[in-house]
Design a protein around this ligand. Sequence first.
Ligand code: TPP
Ligand code: MG
Length: 384
Amino acid sequence: MTVLDHRHLTPVPGWLPGATGPRSDPAPLLPDTAPVRVLGTPALDKADPLLLRELYRRLVVGRRYNQQATVLTKQGRLAVYPASTGQEACQVAAALALRPDDWLFPSYRDTLAVVSRGVDPLEALTLLRGNAHTGYDPRAARTAPLCTPLATQAPHAVGLAHAARLRGEPVVALAMLGDGGTSEGDFHEALNFAAVLQAPVVFLVQNNGYAISVPLTRQSAAPSLAHKAVGYGMPGRLVDGNDAAAMHAVLSEAIEHARSGGGPTLIEALTYRIEAHTNADDATRYREDAEVTAWREHDPILLMERGLRAAGVLDDQLVQESADEAEALAARMRAEFHAEPRLDPQALFAHVYAEQTPQLREQAAQLAAELAAEAASESEVHDR
Ligand SMILES: Cc1ncc(C[n+]2csc(CCOP(=O)(O)OP(=O)(O)O)c2C)c(N)n1
Ligand SMILES: [Mg+2]
């Protein structure tokens, strides 16, 4: 018996009736074979110098923010901090590429994007300080809460974007994910819905090489994460995630494409997590120092400084002003976090349901009685 293999099989275009079979040419959706760059290339001459300076300033302040938040975890002042040190170009470019009316859907590693979008830097850390509440008003900031369950923010972003489109509002949603997040079912569902609905949403995957201790090679066998876009019918883009100017250009293009009705884009940004996963992780157990050292040579601030100095866009005054602003922010973080937070235990019951259930009302009353009894016994001891 002869077994037919692919050498004997011939694709015959155009004869299948109905809606089955290929519907479009996948070639235009394919990502570039190498990551897109702007710094150190002729494209830099075309970039807006004011934008480049703003990106630089935000990178420097953002790096200091990451460093100070990490130190605060070591002092026990912040419960947990998944630092975006080394990934600041993705963070600040994401915030700057969005318009004020757009929506950002961040993961737990994207505090800096939230801050860069205009949320108060201390309020943005509320959740990571151990307070159950987000700390900022998502509606006012047009920024969803930092999302800990992987990729669940992606379908939320699609839903919001689709709803905005139905209402005729020119709003784009940007969902930020990690490389590990692309293995989640929610990622699949979000991309499929987004492409079928042509929702105005952009997916930014920060491929930092690891999902905690799992390297990308053990996470995905895709040629690149950007290639995943093609199977859903949306364009994939591959970009140097440490090149802030390239990040801003690629994100802006995808966001405006979505706004003008062009549908979703998946962007894979190649970057690296310089710190451990969080303060609860020891990265030396699964990666070599040499790898970290190599990535430090491709640091987003270093690249920006080199590129902008060469282009005559960066001067000593901006370097100094940015450094001063960064130190002032770090000082404010230390002062605020060294004071004990004053929390109201009754706040636990707020925002659980739009309308409180009888059970929650009962529990809230019970807690109020316990707190009152405790306060009374304390003042009794005090009076003696
Ligand atoms: C649904 C779900 N499963 C597992 C986890 C536990 N978890 C937290 S972070 C993480 C790794 C995620 O890696 P990646 O998406 O690459 O993001 P990164 O931390 O590198 O930014 C895992 C598995 C989780 N938060 N949510
Ligand atoms: Mg990762």
